[in-house]
Design a protein. Sequence first.
Length: 671
Amino acid sequence: MSASRTERLLNLLIALLETRTGRSKEFLRQNIQAYRDSPSEEAFERMFERDKTDLRAMGIPLEARTEAGLFEEDPGTTSYRIPKEKYRLPELRFSVQEAAVLSLSARLWGRAALGTAAARAVRKIETSGALPQEPSAEPLLEPRISTREPAFEDLLEAATARQEISFDYQGRSDAAPSARRVQPWGLGQKFGHWYLIGFDLDRQAQRVFRLSRIDGPVVADPRSSFERPADFSVSASLDSMVLPAEQPSVLLVQDGRAQALRDRAKPLPDDVGQAAQAGWDVLNVPFGSEPAFASELAGWGSRVAVRAPEGLRAAVRSRLLGVLEAATQPLPDLSSAVAGRPAARSKTTAQDHLRRLVDLVPFLVHHQGLHLDEIAAEFGITRKQLEADLSLMMVSGLPGGLHGDLMDVSWESGHVFIADAEELSEPVRFSLDEASALLVGLEALSALPGGSGDSAVRSAAAKISAAADEAAGGITGTVGVRLAAPEHAGTLALLQRAIREQKQLQLRYLVPHRDEITERTVDPQRVFSNDEAWYLQAWCHSAEAQRIFRLDRIREAALGGPVDSPEAGPGSDFPEQLFSSSAADTEVTLLLDGSARWVADYYDAQRVADLPAAPEGGRRWCQIATIRVGSVGWLPQLVAQHGGAIRVLEPADLAAETVRWTEAALGNYQE
């Protein structure tokens, strides 16, 4: 990122906002310092054309008007301006109920890329004074969507820009990844997974790709472009995706074990005998997707054996063999790993810096005297970055650079004050990604229990669409979400009542990795979802700590007395991670292939290192990740579920135990 280029763009933006009739190229050349210092006319021309392109790429409505010359040989004069009425956010007003659903819509995306865009949009609304002063009630349901797949941002950018892409993809039945060339039409989330819907150029047909199966980087072709079908909609594509019809299975389950499977068991088919050896029960657990159910059953290890159907039995056996095969392969050259935790891709271009500055100026104008640390936290930057931004503002302003032309910024006491910033004093219109984040979030909220047809959701969406103007046209057609409604509606209603009335809950709760039902007394704080799963955040009195409980593992729930923990109530911080660490945790180092990259983010890895490409024919190990866990007992289950995509490296005794655990499970599948 070049600060000088950002300064030039900022001064050009202010100059073109300040005029009603427009500025000529010659005027800008003489009155903007960076243009005046250009070594040649050709250099200035290149710089000016690039700057115009940058402003328009940000959605800034830069207009050019050419007036004819007085005589035939006169080429005429072109003037440039940015109309304030098209640049600035139009006047908005939101009710208390609308403000509440807007806030919930913005928080829906968590720390994902669209979460940052949604936060910017809400900050613009707040800065413009469009939100009521009366605080809204804390929501009793808080859905969250994760976009942890590394390809998400690149795919979203390519779909928005209508650029063709290429990537390696390993489908469910593919032995190895293969190259794909695709026109990305849109992205959608359903069944807890993100999907790309697009046109496969090699197969000349519409295809759906699960993002977690994309192996390696997504490469966009900037020279390409395409037109998406006029009738395409991500929402319609998601609605057409259905789970496979359920079919019966015949399982042998050890006495008293696999409680989660027993809860889903149905009567056995008529043609299945009831006989089983001592210590085992025969169960029919219906399933839809064979691969997904095979992974689940592999995770039960030696406690479960598949008797039928044969395809399911073979799939479970294949996963267990995959674990042993991966554990015995020669390790890759770990010394060549490139250290560094992968983070959300952060852009550092002049465009992005300018976007932050044009958001920062109106925020400062409307929050005079705010402390540096509070401002830095609001914008997600360091105090040093903020001070650099403030210094850049001080040399930016109207053409001429005289007293009163440049912005006046001071922060000697740590509190920031700004003056002479009238041209940028109001928030800029929503960008495409900002409007997308809010509108798609609002659409998703409408499907929540009690939210369908909610007037506050509908009216807030209408106002955002109007404020986004023409940018709103293709937004909901590019990104779509289908939130999973909680299956246990009665439990959900009881939890909401407990939070509302500040009552304790008595729970019977299944701890899956111990295969044990426990008794808990908890003070509930909030109910939230993370993709397809719903959770209760509460203070657990037996653990004397905050804990998170999955709703589908709550076997019984009953109201108790008033809450009495110091951290009760919905005001507690939202859990950014489902897993919290402590000093007593064990460090576990895992080797991951391309399909298991999500593990590092999902389990909040402490360290991550990327591995170079595997030699031809070798396993495609991509990363080493170190996670911290309170109990290691569930890790063999995780490894088994992914059939060789994850390998335990350290501790050595855990790696050995994982192999022994898998061999014991495989004993159920010997001929």
